[in-house]
Design a protein around this ligand. Structure first.
Ligand SMILES: Nc1ncnc2c1ncn2[C@@H]1O[C@H](COP(=O)(O)OP(=O)(O)OP(=O)(O)O)[C@@H](O)[C@H]1O
Length: 311
Protein backbone atom coordinates (compact mmCIF):
# COMPACT_ATOMS: atom_id res chain seq x y z
CA UNK A 1 0.00 0.00 0.00
CA UNK A 2 1.50 3.27 -1.07
CA UNK A 3 -0.48 6.22 0.27
CA UNK A 4 1.11 8.63 -2.19
CA UNK A 5 0.24 6.54 -5.26
CA UNK A 6 -3.21 5.84 -3.89
CA UNK A 7 -3.83 9.54 -3.33
CA UNK A 8 -2.57 10.31 -6.84
CA UNK A 9 -4.76 7.63 -8.42
CA UNK A 10 -7.80 8.70 -6.43
CA UNK A 11 -7.05 12.37 -7.29
CA UNK A 12 -6.63 11.71 -11.00
CA UNK A 13 -9.66 9.44 -10.96
CA UNK A 14 -11.76 12.16 -9.32
CA UNK A 15 -10.62 14.80 -11.82
CA UNK A 16 -11.26 12.49 -14.74
CA UNK A 17 -14.59 11.51 -13.25
CA UNK A 18 -15.61 15.17 -12.96
CA UNK A 19 -14.53 15.86 -16.56
CA UNK A 20 -16.46 12.89 -17.91
CA UNK A 21 -19.46 13.77 -15.75
CA UNK A 22 -19.37 17.35 -16.99
CA UNK A 23 -18.98 16.24 -20.58
CA UNK A 24 -22.08 14.10 -20.53
CA UNK A 25 -23.96 16.19 -18.07
CA UNK A 26 -23.59 19.75 -19.41
CA UNK A 27 -25.21 20.58 -22.70
CA UNK A 28 -24.98 23.56 -25.02
CA UNK A 29 -28.51 24.81 -24.44
CA UNK A 30 -30.47 27.26 -22.35
CA UNK A 31 -30.54 24.88 -19.43
CA UNK A 32 -26.81 25.45 -18.99
CA UNK A 33 -26.20 28.66 -20.85
CA UNK A 34 -28.52 31.42 -19.76
CA UNK A 35 -27.15 34.95 -19.49
CA UNK A 36 -28.07 36.67 -16.25
CA UNK A 37 -27.54 40.36 -16.75
CA UNK A 38 -28.70 41.29 -13.25
CA UNK A 39 -26.19 38.91 -11.67
CA UNK A 40 -23.36 40.41 -13.71
CA UNK A 41 -24.42 43.94 -12.76
CA UNK A 42 -24.66 43.04 -9.07
CA UNK A 43 -21.30 41.28 -9.08
CA UNK A 44 -19.58 44.20 -10.79
CA UNK A 45 -21.18 46.72 -8.45
CA UNK A 46 -20.69 44.83 -5.22
CA UNK A 47 -17.61 42.65 -5.62
CA UNK A 48 -15.33 44.62 -7.91
CA UNK A 49 -13.62 47.54 -6.14
CA UNK A 50 -12.20 50.70 -7.65
CA UNK A 51 -12.92 49.88 -11.28
CA UNK A 52 -15.76 52.17 -12.30
CA UNK A 53 -14.52 52.52 -15.90
CA UNK A 54 -13.95 48.80 -16.52
CA UNK A 55 -17.19 47.88 -14.79
CA UNK A 56 -19.27 50.14 -17.01
CA UNK A 57 -17.66 48.98 -20.26
CA UNK A 58 -17.90 45.29 -19.42
CA UNK A 59 -21.55 45.47 -18.48
CA UNK A 60 -22.47 47.41 -21.58
CA UNK A 61 -20.41 45.20 -23.89
CA UNK A 62 -21.63 41.86 -22.54
CA UNK A 63 -25.26 42.99 -22.24
CA UNK A 64 -25.28 44.32 -25.78
CA UNK A 65 -23.68 41.22 -27.23
CA UNK A 66 -25.76 38.69 -25.33
CA UNK A 67 -29.03 40.40 -26.20
CA UNK A 68 -28.22 40.39 -29.92
CA UNK A 69 -29.69 37.30 -31.56
CA UNK A 70 -27.46 37.59 -34.63
CA UNK A 71 -24.18 39.37 -33.88
CA UNK A 72 -21.99 40.16 -36.88
CA UNK A 73 -18.80 39.01 -35.19
CA UNK A 74 -17.76 37.40 -31.92
CA UNK A 75 -17.34 39.66 -28.92
CA UNK A 76 -13.68 40.52 -28.36
CA UNK A 77 -12.70 42.25 -25.13
CA UNK A 78 -9.15 43.24 -24.28
CA UNK A 79 -8.58 43.82 -20.57
CA UNK A 80 -5.49 45.86 -19.64
CA UNK A 81 -3.96 46.92 -16.39
CA UNK A 82 -1.57 46.53 -13.52
CA UNK A 83 -1.23 43.17 -11.80
CA UNK A 84 -3.88 42.13 -9.27
CA UNK A 85 -6.45 44.72 -10.29
CA UNK A 86 -9.25 42.32 -11.23
CA UNK A 87 -8.85 41.25 -14.86
CA UNK A 88 -9.14 37.51 -14.16
CA UNK A 89 -11.76 38.24 -11.55
CA UNK A 90 -13.97 40.06 -14.08
CA UNK A 91 -13.50 37.28 -16.66
CA UNK A 92 -14.74 34.89 -14.00
CA UNK A 93 -17.79 37.10 -13.36
CA UNK A 94 -18.57 37.12 -17.08
CA UNK A 95 -18.29 33.31 -17.22
CA UNK A 96 -20.54 32.94 -14.18
CA UNK A 97 -23.18 35.24 -15.62
CA UNK A 98 -23.41 33.19 -18.82
CA UNK A 99 -22.70 29.58 -17.87
CA UNK A 100 -24.41 27.78 -15.01
CA UNK A 101 -21.11 26.04 -14.27
CA UNK A 102 -19.14 29.30 -14.45
CA UNK A 103 -15.41 28.78 -14.94
CA UNK A 104 -15.95 25.02 -14.55
CA UNK A 105 -18.11 24.91 -17.64
CA UNK A 106 -16.78 22.74 -20.44
CA UNK A 107 -17.56 25.68 -22.76
CA UNK A 108 -15.08 28.00 -21.03
CA UNK A 109 -11.48 27.65 -22.16
CA UNK A 110 -8.51 29.38 -20.57
CA UNK A 111 -5.09 29.65 -22.18
CA UNK A 112 -2.08 31.06 -20.40
CA UNK A 113 0.79 31.94 -22.72
CA UNK A 114 3.67 30.82 -20.53
CA UNK A 115 1.87 27.63 -19.53
CA UNK A 116 0.30 26.45 -22.75
CA UNK A 117 2.66 27.94 -25.34
CA UNK A 118 6.04 28.11 -23.59
CA UNK A 119 8.42 27.17 -26.41
CA UNK A 120 8.67 29.54 -29.41
CA UNK A 121 10.29 26.73 -31.37
CA UNK A 122 7.04 24.77 -31.27
CA UNK A 123 5.01 27.65 -32.61
CA UNK A 124 3.75 25.76 -35.66
CA UNK A 125 2.44 22.91 -33.53
CA UNK A 126 0.78 25.37 -31.14
CA UNK A 127 -0.83 27.18 -34.06
CA UNK A 128 -2.45 24.12 -35.55
CA UNK A 129 -3.49 22.78 -32.16
CA UNK A 130 -4.99 26.09 -31.13
CA UNK A 131 -6.91 26.45 -34.39
CA UNK A 132 -8.22 22.88 -34.14
CA UNK A 133 -9.15 23.49 -30.53
CA UNK A 134 -11.08 26.68 -31.24
CA UNK A 135 -12.81 25.16 -34.26
CA UNK A 136 -13.67 21.94 -32.42
CA UNK A 137 -15.08 23.75 -29.42
CA UNK A 138 -17.13 26.29 -31.34
CA UNK A 139 -18.46 23.48 -33.57
CA UNK A 140 -19.80 21.72 -30.51
CA UNK A 141 -21.05 24.92 -28.85
CA UNK A 142 -21.27 28.25 -30.63
CA UNK A 143 -21.55 30.03 -27.27
CA UNK A 144 -17.99 29.21 -26.23
CA UNK A 145 -15.85 31.53 -24.12
CA UNK A 146 -12.09 31.71 -24.70
CA UNK A 147 -9.87 33.53 -22.22
CA UNK A 148 -6.28 34.24 -23.22
CA UNK A 149 -4.18 35.24 -20.23
CA UNK A 150 -0.74 36.91 -20.50
CA UNK A 151 -1.57 38.11 -23.98
CA UNK A 152 1.50 40.39 -23.86
CA UNK A 153 3.69 37.29 -23.65
CA UNK A 154 1.97 35.51 -26.50
CA UNK A 155 3.88 34.90 -29.72
CA UNK A 156 2.60 37.28 -32.44
CA UNK A 157 2.29 34.31 -34.80
CA UNK A 158 -0.18 32.72 -32.45
CA UNK A 159 -2.24 35.87 -32.17
CA UNK A 160 -2.25 36.03 -35.95
CA UNK A 161 -3.59 32.52 -36.19
CA UNK A 162 -6.69 33.31 -34.13
CA UNK A 163 -7.47 36.46 -36.09
CA UNK A 164 -9.80 34.84 -38.63
CA UNK A 165 -12.06 33.67 -35.81
CA UNK A 166 -12.47 37.20 -34.51
CA UNK A 167 -13.46 38.69 -37.82
CA UNK A 168 -16.74 39.47 -39.55
CA UNK A 169 -17.06 36.16 -41.43
CA UNK A 170 -20.41 34.50 -41.71
CA UNK A 171 -18.78 31.08 -41.54
CA UNK A 172 -15.27 29.64 -41.76
CA UNK A 173 -15.14 26.07 -43.05
CA UNK A 174 -18.81 25.73 -42.23
CA UNK A 175 -18.46 26.97 -38.65
CA UNK A 176 -19.87 30.27 -37.40
CA UNK A 177 -17.87 31.98 -34.65
CA UNK A 178 -20.23 34.93 -34.28
CA UNK A 179 -21.65 33.93 -30.92
CA UNK A 180 -18.33 33.14 -29.28
CA UNK A 181 -16.60 35.44 -26.81
CA UNK A 182 -12.86 36.07 -26.69
CA UNK A 183 -11.28 37.81 -23.71
CA UNK A 184 -7.64 38.89 -23.82
CA UNK A 185 -5.85 39.74 -20.59
CA UNK A 186 -2.61 41.64 -20.40
CA UNK A 187 -0.51 44.01 -18.34
CA UNK A 188 0.40 46.06 -21.41
CA UNK A 189 -0.78 49.62 -21.12
CA UNK A 190 -0.74 49.19 -17.32
CA UNK A 191 1.93 51.82 -16.83
CA UNK A 192 0.15 54.45 -18.85
CA UNK A 193 -3.07 53.77 -16.94
CA UNK A 194 -1.13 54.19 -13.69
CA UNK A 195 0.29 57.48 -14.97
CA UNK A 196 -3.17 58.84 -15.70
CA UNK A 197 -4.47 57.74 -12.29
CA UNK A 198 -1.44 59.35 -10.67
CA UNK A 199 -1.95 62.60 -12.58
CA UNK A 200 -5.51 62.77 -11.26
CA UNK A 201 -4.35 62.00 -7.74
CA UNK A 202 -1.62 64.63 -7.82
CA UNK A 203 -4.05 67.20 -9.17
CA UNK A 204 -6.30 66.46 -6.20
CA UNK A 205 -9.03 65.18 -8.49
CA UNK A 206 -11.31 62.38 -7.47
CA UNK A 207 -10.60 58.99 -8.98
CA UNK A 208 -14.24 58.64 -9.96
CA UNK A 209 -13.74 61.55 -12.39
CA UNK A 210 -11.44 59.42 -14.55
CA UNK A 211 -13.23 58.56 -17.76
CA UNK A 212 -12.48 56.19 -20.59
CA UNK A 213 -11.44 59.08 -22.83
CA UNK A 214 -8.74 60.06 -20.31
CA UNK A 215 -7.18 56.61 -20.68
CA UNK A 216 -7.91 55.67 -24.27
CA UNK A 217 -5.19 57.58 -26.10
CA UNK A 218 -2.33 56.70 -23.81
CA UNK A 219 -3.54 53.12 -23.59
CA UNK A 220 -3.69 52.55 -27.32
CA UNK A 221 -0.36 54.34 -27.83
CA UNK A 222 1.40 52.18 -25.29
CA UNK A 223 -0.18 48.99 -26.56
CA UNK A 224 0.72 49.89 -30.16
CA UNK A 225 4.21 51.10 -29.43
CA UNK A 226 5.27 48.42 -27.03
CA UNK A 227 7.72 46.24 -28.91
CA UNK A 228 7.39 43.56 -26.26
CA UNK A 229 3.67 43.34 -26.71
CA UNK A 230 2.28 40.66 -28.98
CA UNK A 231 -0.35 43.15 -30.10
CA UNK A 232 2.31 45.38 -31.58
CA UNK A 233 3.27 43.08 -34.39
CA UNK A 234 -0.17 41.91 -35.29
CA UNK A 235 -2.96 43.66 -37.07
CA UNK A 236 -5.48 42.83 -34.35
CA UNK A 237 -5.82 46.47 -33.54
CA UNK A 238 -5.77 48.12 -36.94
CA UNK A 239 -8.34 45.68 -38.28
CA UNK A 240 -10.63 46.73 -35.44
CA UNK A 241 -11.11 43.17 -34.30
CA UNK A 242 -11.06 44.18 -30.65
CA UNK A 243 -14.50 45.57 -29.78
CA UNK A 244 -13.59 47.05 -26.41
CA UNK A 245 -10.33 47.94 -24.70
CA UNK A 246 -11.03 47.79 -20.99
CA UNK A 247 -8.65 49.67 -18.69
CA UNK A 248 -8.17 48.55 -15.07
CA UNK A 249 -7.01 51.24 -12.65
CA UNK A 250 -4.30 50.55 -10.06
CA UNK A 251 -5.78 49.87 -6.61
CA UNK A 252 -5.35 52.16 -3.62
CA UNK A 253 -5.10 51.34 0.08
CA UNK A 254 -8.86 51.66 0.60
CA UNK A 255 -9.57 49.14 -2.17
CA UNK A 256 -7.12 46.67 -0.67
CA UNK A 257 -8.96 47.03 2.65
CA UNK A 258 -12.22 46.27 0.81
CA UNK A 259 -10.61 43.18 -0.76
CA UNK A 260 -9.48 41.94 2.66
CA UNK A 261 -12.96 42.47 4.13
CA UNK A 262 -14.47 40.58 1.16
CA UNK A 263 -12.04 37.73 1.72
CA UNK A 264 -12.96 37.60 5.43
CA UNK A 265 -16.61 37.42 4.48
CA UNK A 266 -15.93 34.67 1.95
CA UNK A 267 -14.21 32.68 4.69
CA UNK A 268 -17.03 33.28 7.18
CA UNK A 269 -14.70 35.11 9.53
CA UNK A 270 -15.86 37.94 11.79
CA UNK A 271 -15.30 41.17 9.89
CA UNK A 272 -12.46 42.98 11.60
CA UNK A 273 -11.60 46.42 10.27
CA UNK A 274 -8.35 46.59 12.27
CA UNK A 275 -7.05 43.35 10.82
CA UNK A 276 -8.08 44.48 7.33
CA UNK A 277 -6.16 47.75 7.81
CA UNK A 278 -3.16 45.84 9.10
CA UNK A 279 -3.12 43.42 6.16
CA UNK A 280 -3.42 46.33 3.73
CA UNK A 281 -0.64 48.25 5.50
CA UNK A 282 1.70 45.29 5.09
CA UNK A 283 1.60 45.50 1.30
CA UNK A 284 4.01 47.50 -0.84
CA UNK A 285 2.76 50.72 -2.44
CA UNK A 286 4.20 52.84 -5.24
CA UNK A 287 5.51 55.27 -6.44
CA UNK A 288 8.09 55.33 -3.70
CA UNK A 289 7.42 58.90 -2.60
CA UNK A 290 3.62 59.05 -2.62
CA UNK A 291 2.87 55.36 -1.98
CA UNK A 292 -0.57 55.58 -3.58
CA UNK A 293 -1.06 52.29 -5.41
CA UNK A 294 -0.69 48.71 -4.27
CA UNK A 295 2.18 47.07 -6.17
CA UNK A 296 0.36 43.75 -6.38
CA UNK A 297 -3.17 45.08 -6.29
CA UNK A 298 -5.33 42.68 -4.30
CA UNK A 299 -3.15 39.67 -5.09
CA UNK A 300 -1.51 37.83 -2.20
CA UNK A 301 -3.97 39.09 0.40
CA UNK A 302 -5.25 35.53 0.96
CA UNK A 303 -1.92 34.38 2.31
CA UNK A 304 -1.42 37.61 4.28
CA UNK A 305 -4.82 37.13 5.86
CA UNK A 306 -3.84 33.58 6.85
CA UNK A 307 -0.90 35.03 8.72
CA UNK A 308 -3.12 37.37 10.73
CA UNK A 309 -5.94 34.96 11.42
CA UNK A 310 -4.05 31.76 12.21
CA UNK A 311 -2.52 31.23 15.65
N1 LIG B 1 -10.69 45.37 -8.26
C1 LIG B 1 -10.85 44.30 -7.47
N2 LIG B 1 -11.94 44.19 -6.67
C2 LIG B 1 -12.11 43.14 -5.85
N3 LIG B 1 -11.23 42.11 -5.76
C3 LIG B 1 -10.13 42.16 -6.54
C4 LIG B 1 -9.90 43.25 -7.42
N4 LIG B 1 -8.75 43.03 -8.05
C5 LIG B 1 -8.28 41.86 -7.61
N5 LIG B 1 -9.11 41.34 -6.70
C6 LIG B 1 -8.91 40.08 -5.94
O1 LIG B 1 -7.57 39.66 -6.17
C7 LIG B 1 -7.53 38.41 -6.85
C8 LIG B 1 -6.47 38.47 -7.93
O2 LIG B 1 -6.90 39.37 -8.94
P1 LIG B 1 -6.89 39.01 -10.49
O3 LIG B 1 -6.36 37.63 -10.69
O4 LIG B 1 -8.23 39.30 -11.07
O5 LIG B 1 -5.82 40.05 -11.00
P2 LIG B 1 -5.33 40.32 -12.50
O6 LIG B 1 -5.65 41.75 -12.80
O7 LIG B 1 -5.88 39.31 -13.40
O8 LIG B 1 -3.75 40.18 -12.30
P3 LIG B 1 -2.58 39.68 -13.32
O9 LIG B 1 -2.38 40.77 -14.31
O10 LIG B 1 -1.39 39.54 -12.43
O11 LIG B 1 -3.04 38.39 -13.92
C9 LIG B 1 -8.95 38.21 -7.39
O12 LIG B 1 -9.29 36.86 -7.44
C10 LIG B 1 -9.80 38.96 -6.40
O13 LIG B 1 -10.08 38.14 -5.29
Amino acid sequence: FDPFTTTMVVGIGATLGRTIYKYFHESCDSKWIDFNSTALKTDLEQKLFGQHVASRIVLKAVNGFMSNESPKKPLVLSLHGWTGTGKNFVSQMIAESIFKEGMDSSFVHVFTSTLHFPHPIQIDTYKSELQQWIKGNVSSCERSLFIFDEMDKMHPGLIDCIKPYLDYYDKLDGVSYRKAIFIFLSNSGGESIVQTALDFWRAGRDRSEIQLKDLETSLSLSVFNNKESGFFRTSLIDRNLVDFFVPFLPLEFKHVVQCVMAEMKARNLDLDQDVADQVAKDLVYFPKVDRVFSAKGCKTIDSKLDYYTKD
